[in-house]
Ligand binder design. Structure first.
Ligand SMILES: [Zn+2]
Ligand SMILES: [Zn+2]
Length: 251
C-alpha cells in the first residue's frame, strides 16, 4: 500500500500543515482517511485525482476532518465534461447519515445520492466490514464528539488511524500489531487538552499495542518547538515519524 499525508495540521490555518487527510492506495483502490478543509488543494499538489477516490472514511464530523466533503461532491458533480460512473462510498461514525443529509440541505447539493453514479453513505460503530479486497475495522475513540478510529487491512498488512482521541484502551486495541499507526499528537505533554493526545501518551499507546511504526500528526502550532521524537523514543521502541504534508510512505 502507498500512503500520502495530505494534512498533518488542525483547524489553525498553516501553510505547511493542512487539515487532517491521508490518502491510501491499496492496489487500484483510492481511499481517504478524513477530508478536512484544504484537502482538495493538497490532492492537486500531490498529483492525486479527486475524481478517482473510491472510499472516504471520516473519523468524526469536526470541520478539520470533513470540511472538504461538500466541496468534493460539488467538484465531482460539476466538473465540465466529467461524468462519474464508478461508485463512491463515504463512511462515518454513528449519526453520520443525518450529518450528510444536513450537509446536502445546507449547500443545496445531493450529498446522499447521485444521478450519475452510486453514492453510498454508511455508518460504522464497533464492527468489521470487508470492502472489495481490503477490510476495515472501526472502533469508537474518546473525543469530544462521537469519533471512530479505523484499521485498514489488506494482504495481512494493517494501517491504523486514530483520528482525534485521548488516551483510551480502544486506541491501544486499534493499533494492536499494526504495521503502521497514524496517531493524534495535538498538544505538548505539559499542556494536555481533553480529547487529544500528547507525544508521551501517543508513544505509550503505540508501545502497548506493539505497533511496528508510527506517524505522529494533527499538530497544533505549539508542537513545532518540541522535540517529539526525543520524547517518544524513551517510551516506544518502534519506528517514529513526524507527519509532514505531501510526504509518502510505502507499507
Ligand atoms: Zn475533533
Ligand atoms: Zn481534529
Amino acid at each position: 500500500m502507498e500512503l500520502v499525508v495530505l494534512g498533518s495540521g488542525t483547524c489553525v490555518p498553516n501553510l505547511k500543515r493542512s487539515c487532517s487527510a491521508y490518502y491510501i492506495k491499496a492496489d487500484n483502490v483510492h481511499i481517504l482517511f478524513d477530508i478536512g478543509f484544504g484537502t482538495l488543494r493538497r490532492m492537486l499538489e500531490a498529483g492525486i485525482d479527486y475524481r478517482e477516490i473510491d472510499y472516504i472514511f471520516c473519523s468524526h464530523t469536526h470541520l478539520d476532518h470533513v470540511g472538504d466533503l461538500a466541496p468534493l461532491l460539488m467538484a465531482i458533480n460539476h466538473t465540465p465534461g466529467f461524468k462519474r460512473k464508478k461508485n463512491l462510498t463515504i463512511v462515518g461514525p454513528p449519526n453520520f447519515i443525518n450529518f450528510m443529509r444536513q450537509l446536502g440541505e445546507t449547500f443545496g447539493i445531493n450529498a446522499i445520492a447521485s444521478s450519475t453514479f452510486q453514492l453510498t453513505i454508511k455508518e460504522m460503530e464497533e464492527e468489521t466490514i470487508q470492502f472489495e479486497d481490503f477490510k476495515i475495522q472501526s472502533m469508537l475513540m474518546a473525543h469530544n464528539r462521537i469519533a471512530n478510529g479505523y484499521r485498514l487491512t489488506q494482504k495481512k498488512k494493517t494501517i491504523a488511524y486514530t483520528g482525534d482521541t485521548q488516551h483510551c484502551l480502544q486506541a491501544v486495541a486499534l493499533l494492536h500489531d499494526a504495521a503502521l499507526g497514524i496517531l493524534d499528537c495535538s498538544f505538548p505533554d505539559n499542556q494536555p487538552v481533553e480529547g487529544h493526545l500528547t507525544p508521551s501518551l501517543a508513544a505509550e499507546i503505540a508501545q502497548k499495542a506493539g505497533c511496528e511504526k508510527i506517524i505522529l500528526s494533527h499538530f497544533y502550532p505549539m508542537m513545532e518547538k518540541i522535540d517529539i521524537i526525543q520524547i517518544c523514543k524513551k517510551i516506544y521502541n518502534g519506528d517514529i515519524n513526524i507527519a509532514e504534508d505531501l510526504e509518502k510512505y510505502k507499507i
